[in-house]
Design a protein around this ligand. Structure first.
Ligand code: BG6
Length: 495
């Protein structure tokens, strides 16, 4: 179905996010006939330009970042909807002009007053922009809907996340806020709920009686590259864990929602995150690993030491790798560790959730038969292959009973032929139809920060103590293996 008519306002229209993701996604929606009948895009930036200059720049971006060949007719139709407004939250009259522009445009284009404001700006602009939207009444819903899309980071710790939410909620209501985590735009991530709740066979074993532990891995091959300034102030934990890794964790660990709607699903997700055990400072240090990469080679590329990266402080202690052991204090998961790891400049690109089942209670297989007994993993592959994989044991054909681990693998690509996408189309479409099931609610964001805060605090107090290193192009620091070995476990091998 087509969304209702609306105006789509992009703050930070000259930036990377707009060119790389927002416009290519709008283009894909346009190509799929999924934009509203009456639609207009208002690009906002601090530095003035003409409508034509903006359109040229967006077209250039589209040609570079489109996920499919660009059809000129569709692209021109979309770009003709675009107009430019110069506005800066530091200059309040410019927001009054934005409102006048929107009022006039809505009359001319017949978009009816529904407005979606997309903050594709650096985080420092979030609060000032929201305040101006509030002051000018642009977010007020009277008959028409008004929505705000905001990108991560939602704060840099628990206190700042709470402050940001409180600011936004002074200006608008929760249902108007769409906090994007791009992991929720991934089909394989959305499928976690379908895997668990549309199949009768998994739910009975999805608990502490049958599951030994869960591993969540997001390994990246890329180093920090040109994002040194941002990354050095952020680090792997803040950049990835309370958002992306916790999205995966909450979908895997939450209780079955009573309904498939935004309220029920988001309540269960927030609930399970708020049940993550708060470790003491000593436990937080024992249950976490942080490390920084040293120079190395990945494929044909030489990666410099993290500390020698552009815009990174020479003595930086920012982690580029983190591994955590988390426990969830509820009946389903008591005593089942969740091991999370993520890092940059590693040997492989790999994003997966691996669920390790307990061994058979008693093994009648002995000697050589059992030597090769492999572990039972159910693995949800998100990258590089979108898959679901079951690892189990089978008898090797032959006169003696010898056992080997085998795999059953479902690959999305073998079953479904989807058009290549940016991963943002569903998210943007959902904002326009008013479905916030794939967006983070304030309590979920805060529960995420609450769970990582003890680690942030413990690391801060420990200073440089406990920061390990690993070579770029390796599998990560040795201490990440120790984190599991101490519990008699190992990470699932890359396959
Ligand atoms: C972003 C982080 O949110 O997610 C990046 O800021 C990271 O540092 C990226 O590289 C990972 O996303 P994906 O989809 O490639 O796993």
């Amino acid at each position: 179905r087509k969304p209702e008519n609306c105006a789509f306002v992009i703050f930070g229209v000259t930036g990377d996010l707009t060119h790389r993701l927002v416009i290519p996604s709008l283009y894909n929606l346009a190509a799929g006939n999924l934009l509203p009948e009456k639609f207009c895009v208002v690009g906002v930036a601090r530095k003035g330009m003409s409508n034509d200059e903006l359109r040229d720049s967006l077209l250039k971006g589209l040609r570079q970042f489109a996920t499919r060949p660009v059809d000129d007719v569709v692209a021109q139709q979309l770009l003709q909807c675009v107009t430019f407004v110069e506005a800066d939250a530091k200059d309040p009259p410019s927001f009054d002009r934005l409102r006048e522009h929107l009022d006039a445009l809505e009359c001319a284009r017949g978009t009816g007053g529904n407005r979606l404001f997309y903050m594709a700006t650096p985080p420092a602009a979030f609060t000032p922009t929201a305040r101006e939207l509030g002051r000018t009444g642009l977010m007020k819903e009277n008959g028409a809907w008004r929505r705000l899309v905001i990108e991560k980071p939602f704060g840099t710790d628990l206190a700042s996340a709470r402050a940001l939410n409180a600011e936004l909620l002074k200006i608008m209501e929760e249902h108007q806020i769409y906090r994007i985590d791009h992991y929720l735009g991934k089909e394989t991530v959305q499928n976690i709920m379908v895997l668990r709740f549309a199949n009768g066979m998994f739910e009975p074993i999805w608990n502490r009686n049958h599951i030994d532990h869960i591993q969540i891995t997001v390994e990246e091959k890329l180093g920090v590259g040109h994002r040194g300034g941002f990354y050095d102030a952020t680090g792997a934990l803040r950049d990835m864990v309370p958002n992306h890794l916790f999205q995966l964790m909450s979908l895997v660990a939450m209780e079955p929602p009573t309904r498939f709607d935004a309220h029920s699903v988001r309540s269960e997700k927030a609930e399970v995150l708020s049940a993550i055990q708060e470790p003491s400072e000593e436990e937080a240090l024992r249950r976490s690993v942080r490390a920084q990469y040293l120079g190395g080679r990945i494929g044909n590329e030489d990666i410099p030491d993290y500390r020698k990266t552009e815009d990174v402080k020479p003595g930086s202690t920012t982690e580029t790798y983190v591994a955590l052991k988390l426990l969830i204090d509820n009946w389903r998961w008591a005593g089942v560790p969740f091991y999370l790891r993520t890092g940059k400049a590693l040997a492989h690109k790999r994003t997966e959730v691996a669920i390790k089942f307990k061994q058979a209670p008693l093994s009648m297989f002995t000697g050589t038969a059992v030597d090769r007994l492999s572990q039972n993993f159910l693995t949800i592959g998100i990258a590089p292959t979108e898959s679901i994989e079951l690892q189990f044991n089978a008898k090797i054909p032959g006169p003696s009973v010898t056992i080997d681990g085998v795999e059953m693998k479902f690959r999305y690509g073998d079953y479904f032929k989807a058009d290549p996408s940016t991963g943002y189309e569903t998210l943007i479409y959902d904002c326009m139809i008013g479905d916030n099931i794939l967006f983070q609610r304030a309590d979920g964001v805060e529960a995420g920060w609450q769970a990582v805060q003890p680690f942030l605090d413990a690391w801060k107090n420990a200073g440089t103590n406990g920061i390990e290193t690993y070579r770029a192009g390796s599998d990560g620091p040795a201490c990440a293996d120790q984190l599991l070995r101490r519990d008699g476990r190992t990470w699932r091998k890359y396959s």
